[in-house]
Design a protein around this ligand. Structure first.
Ligand code: NDP
Ligand SMILES: Nc1nc2c(c(=O)[nH]1)N=C([C@H](O)[C@@H](O)CO)CN2
Length: 235
C-alpha cells in the first residue's frame, strides 16, 4: 500500500480537489482542516483520514505534528496548501498581518518539514514536498504586501529543503495566479482580474490538481517553481 499524501487546508477548493483526486486514484490521504465543513465528512467517506489543525499558533502546529506522528510512519508527499490571503487594511495592525502571514506560509511548512522529514525518508521510492506559493513572489503585491513576502519566504524554503532532503525527497513550488474566484468577488473584480493574464481565464481547481500530479510523477524536477498563471508575467 502506498504511503499517504498529507494535504494541509483540504476542506475546500484546491486542497479538497487534490485530496479527492488522490483518493480516486487509490492513494491514501491525510487531510487537515480548520473549519469542519460537509466536505470533511465527504473526504472521510471517501477514505481520507481528516485531522483538525489550526496552524495560527506554534502550539497548534506542534499538536498537529504529534497527531500526524501517531497517524502514520511514512508519507508519499506533503502538500503545503493551507493559506490565508490577508490584505493590508486600515483596521488591522500591520505587525499582526505580517505575523499571521509568516505563521501560515512560512513557519508552518518549515516546522512540519523538519519534524516530519523522516516520514518522507522512510520510503524506498523518491517522495515529494510541494509548497503552494503565488505568482506575486515574482512581482510583489501593493495590496497583499505581507502575504506576498510570506509566499516569497515559502519559495525560498523550497530551495533550502530541496538541498537538505535530496536525493530522497523532491521539493518544489507551484506558483499560481488566478485559479478560481472566491464567493462574493464582484463582477468588476472578476473582469479586471481575468484581464491580468494572457489567457484570460480562471481555470479552476483542475489546473492545480494536474500540476501537483505532474510534479509528483516527474523524477527529475526539484528546487523549482512551476508558474501556473496563464502568462500573467507577459501582460
Ligand atoms: N485560489 C487561487 O486563485 C490562488 C491560490 N493560491 C494558493 O493556492 C493554495 C490553495 O488556494 P485556495 O484553495 O484558494 O485556498 P483557500 O483560500 O481556500 O485556503 C485553503 C485552506 O487553508 C486553510 N487555512 C487557512 N488558515 C489556516 C490556519 N491558520 N490553520 C489551518 N488551516 C488554515 C483554510 O481552512 P478552513 O477553511 O478549514 O478554515 C482553507 O480551507 C493556497 O496556498 C493559495 O495561497 C495562489 C494564487 C491563486
Ligand atoms: N489562500 C488564498 N490565496 C490566494 C487566493 C485565495 O483565494 N486563497 N486567491 C488569490 C487570487 O486568485 C489572485 O491570484 C488573483 O487575484 C491569490 N491567493
Amino acid at each position: 500500500m502506498t504511503a499517504p499524501i498529507l494535504i494541509t487546508g483540504a476542506s475546500q477548493r484546491i486542497g479538497l480537489a487534490y485530496a479527492m483526486h488522490c483518493l480516486e486514484r487509490g492513494t491514501p490521504v491525510i487531510a487537515t482542516y480548520r473549519t469542519h465543513r460537509s466536505a470533511v465528512d465527504t473526504l472521510e467517506q471517501a477514505g481520507a483520514r481528516c485531522l483538525h489543525a489550526d496552524f495560527a499558533t506554534n502550539q497548534g502546529i506542534d499538536s498537529f505534528i504529534n497527531a500526524l506522528l501517531e497517524e502514520t510512519s511514512a508519507l508519499r508527499a506533503i502538500i503545503h496548501n493551507a493559506s490565508d490571503w490577508l490584505p493590508e487594511s486600515p483596521d488591522t495592525d500591520p505587525a499582526d498581518v505580517m505575523a499571521a502571514m509568516m505563521q501560515i506560509h512560512s513557519t508552518t511548512p518549515y516546522r512540519i518539514n523538519l519534524a516530519c522529514r523522516h516520514l518522507l525518508e522512510n520510503s524506498d521510492a523518491v517522495t515529494d514536498i510541494v509548497h503552494m506559493t503565488d505568482y506575486v513572489v515574482e512581482k510583489g503585491s501593493a495590496k497583499h504586501i505581507a502575504y506576498a513576502a510570506s509566499k516569497a519566504a515559502l519559495e525560498n524554503l523550497t530551495r533550502s529543503f530541496a538541498r537538505l532532503l535530496s536525493p530522497g525527497v523532491k521539493v518544489n513550488s507551484v506558483a499560481p495566479s488566478l485559479i478560481m474566484f472566491n464567493e462574493g468577488d464582484s463582477e468588476a473584480y472578476r473582469e479586471k482580474t481575468l484581464k491580468k493574464s494572457l489567457l484570460g481565464i480562471a481555470p479552476g481547481e483542475v489546473a492545480a490538481v494536474e500540476t501537483l500530479q505532474f510534479l509528483l510523477d516527474n523524477p527529475y524536477i526539484t528546487g523549482r517553481s512551476i508558474g501556473l498563471d496563464g502568462g500573467r508575467h507577459l501582460v
